[in-house]
Design a protein around this ligand. Structure first.
Ligand code: C5P
Length: 291
């Protein structure tokens, strides 16, 4: 998408998006930290401090050297650095982040979502049968082992790891097959293009939890981290499919709610929603509230 030149606060270069910002904002500048790498790469060194924060999320017992050894193996199989589009003058990297909220039903957002260059979907967020409300293109799918689905050859698999076993799962599920156990059923093999795999940096997860949620909740939801990821890798961010139902539950657009006491699980859903609405109010993202 190419439009007028307006200054963008995340980028000293002129912004060519339709929704760039004319001024900076203290609330936003107090939180955003562009020096935190969103993805792991072969050369990236996670601090032991960040590892110690991350290992508590799902009670990882193994140590930092085991984490590093696992990553060495991982980068023998998957790309050494993430496949990202660099910012370019006169170009606008427009992204849609599609959460899984039931508010997408009857939204007719499909064509609007498909219009973006990058379309990030999360976990089981399906498109088949829901095209008019959610679109049908997917460039990136975020998942963790317990939420994994097969991908086509052109979609990027973005793993959000919560424990060392999640990294081991990625290695095995894409090669010989994984046989370990975790808190939920887990696919032993997954179909995806191994050249399009990217792994979120645990340090980025910590940054989202601390800087954007003031450490509220156990840790941020996959969807909230996806919105922040988009703020870091896109010039313009459009957010769809976020918001609980009227009872405060995180329902899904493709199924009837199973657990009416789920609310937002271990995640600080109310705080996340407030922050997303505030980002929209400050014109940092475009928010589509659904129906
Ligand atoms: O349920 P699932 O985790 O797959 O949904 C993906 C993300 O979408 C969540 O992590 C949450 O951030 C967001 N979501 C939401 N409102 C819902 C359902 C999901 O904001 N009703």
């Amino acid at each position: 998408m190419i439009s007028q030149n307006i200054f963008h606060p995340l980028d000293p270069e002129p912004c060519t998006c339709g929704n760039c910002l004319a001024e900076n904002d203290t609330w936003f500048l107090q939180r955003i930290n562009q020096s935190v790498e969103p993805f792991l790469s072969a050369n990236y060194q996670l601090s032991e401090d960040a590892f110690n924060w991350w290992k508590i999320l799902q009670e990882e017992k193994r140590n930092f050297s085991h984490y590093r050894e696992t990553l060495d193996t991982l980068f023998q199989i998957f790309p050494n650095s993430p496949d990202l589009i660099d910012p370019r003058p006169q170009e606008c990297r427009s992204c849609a982040v599609v959460g899984n909220s039931g508010n997408l039903i009857r939204s007719h957002y499909g064509p609007l979502i498909d219009f973006h260059d990058t379309i990030i979907r999360i976990n089981h967020g399906q498109t088949k049968g829901y095209e008019s409300d959610v679109g049908n293109r997917t460039t990136h799918r975020i998942m963790y082992p317990e939420s994994s689905t097969d991908l086509d050859n052109t979609t990027r698999l973005v793993l959000f790891p919560f424990k060392i076993q999640d990294l081991e799962w990625l290695i095995k599920a894409m090669t010989t097959g994984f046989s370990g156990k975790t808190y939920a059923p887990i696919k032993s093999k997954i179909k995806a293009n191994k050249d399009l795999v990217m792994v979120m940096n645990p340090g980025f997860m910590r940054y989202v939890h601390e800087a954007w949620l003031q450490k509220k909740g156990r840790y941020p939801s996959t969807g909230f981290m996806a919105v922040l990821l988009a703020l870091h890798i896109c010039d313009e961010v459009h957010v769809f499919g976020f918001g609980a139902d009227r009872d405060g539950n995180w329902n899904h657009y493709w199924e009837k709610l199973k657990d009416t006491n789920f609310k937002t699980g271990i995640h600080p859903g109310i705080e996340e929603y407030k922050t997303i609405r505030k980002l929209a109010q400050k014109n940092k993202i475009q928010f589509y509230r659904g129906w």
